[in-house]
Ligand binder design. Structure first.
Ligand code: NDP
Length: 329
């Protein structure tokens, strides 16, 4: 048995320490598939794990990283054989199971999805958990029966990872996208490039508002939570729907029942970590089919494994544009 390079979080007396290290293969966790990881990403939750700002990590030492793309090296699972290209999101990797910021990962074969044929591993991680979550949100809005003809679609946290993919997907599908951002001065051009039709300052949504406001959109994908989500609901048209997937602005939800009982608005919860396999496969197939590769490339920056540690505080501070791919091999 040898070692492999990994970002490792250890817990000591003075808090947690994070460093790029040689990790002993003998210390890998149980699983029926071993994957040579080639790419991972930086998601908001990875920022929380890397900085220790929220109790994401629940086992030490931990290799953070909640998603990867790679190639199967060894497998005793009937669905996977050496050489298969795979993608993994969630299931507790980087939280309770040793995660993705490593040259190797041993996981359950039941957690893996085949890399869609039209995507490179790097593109799959440019999408990453953030982009796959944006698609889960879009699927929820579509299942509600909403179409671009229903009215505009709001995206909050638009310049972030979930937001950038959501703007791009909705615009390409023909929606009139209203992008809410705290960085309008710097990112308006970027967001218009992704297809946003209108840019609004997030301050319009972050102050406490009325139980019902002017009906401004038929659909919304919200990565922010708190007052922003409450205002998104209050301004949703009769019969519309909001897909809530994030808490970048806070965990609370200071709303009233008014949007639900007076406008028939629906609120969908979006959860990516334990989402069942058929839904994952559907989301990845749709991403492979619908996401514009040029837009994906425009929203992506790439960093080597060692640099991801310094990027943790950046994403929590809301200073990351779009998506960050982590190159491992
Ligand atoms: P990013 O940091 O890339 O995006 C979040 C964006 O939210 C920021 O870019 C910023 O956009 C905005 N924002 C940040 N801080 C605040 C604030 N205090 N008030 C209002 N807006 C703010 O993160 P991700 O895209 O990776 O994740 C977004 C959210 O979705 C996170 O909360 C994450 O935990 C959640 N998530 C949930 C998943 C699930 O399974 N439900 C899966 C994946 C992510 P701007 O500058 O444009 O305003």
């Amino acid at each position: 048995m040898g070692t492999f390079k990994a970002v490792v979080i250890e817990k000591g007396e003075g808090g947690q320490r994070v460093a790029l290290k040689d990790f002993d293969e003998a210390d890998m966790m149980d699983g029926d598939v071993t994957v040579r990881v080639t790419h991972s990403t930086l998601n908001y939750k990875d920022g929380l794990a890397l900085t220790g700002k929220a109790p994401v990590v629940r086992r030490w030492p931990m290799i953070p990283g909640i998603d990867f793309a790679g190639v199967v090296e060894a497998s005793s699972h009937p669905d996977w054989k050496p050489g298969d290209a795979v993608v993994l999101n969630g299931w507790g990797t980087g939280e309770t199971h040793l995660g993705a910021y490593a040259e190797k990962s041993r996981v359950k074969g039941d957690w893996l999805v085949a890399l869609p044929a039209s995507l490179t591993p790097e593109q799959a991680m440019a999408i990453g958990t953030a982009g796959y979550t944006a698609m889960l949100a879009m699927l929820a809005l579509e299942r509600h029966g909403l179409t671009p003809q229903s009215g505009p679609a709001l995206v909050t946290g638009a310049a972030g990872g979930v937001g950038s993919v959501a703007v791009s997907l909705l615009a390409r599908a023909g929606w009139h996208v209203v992008a809410s951002t705290g960085r309008a001065a710097e990112e308006a051009e970027y967001l218009r490039g992704l297809g946003a039709a209108e840019i609004i300052d997030r301050a319009e949504l972050s102050a406490p508002g009325k139980p019902l406001g002017k009906e401004r959109w038929a659909a919304a994908i919200d990565a922010v939570g708190a007052t922003t989500l409450a205002n998104a609901l209050a301004m949703t048209r009769y019969g519309g729907a909001v897909a809530a997937c994030g808490l970048a602005g806070g965990m609370d939800l200071p709303t009233s029942v008014a949007p639900f009982i007076l406008r028939g608005v629906a609120l969908y919860g979006i959860e990516s970590v334990m989402a069942p396999l058929p839904l994952r496969r559907e989301a990845w197939a749709r991403l492979a089919r619908d996401l514009d590769p040029a837009a994906l490339s425009a929203m992506t920056t790439t960093v080597p494994l060692a640099e991801v540690i310094a990027r943790g505080p950046e994403i929590l501070a809301g200073r990351t544009r779009g998506r960050v791919v982590v190159t491992i091999a």
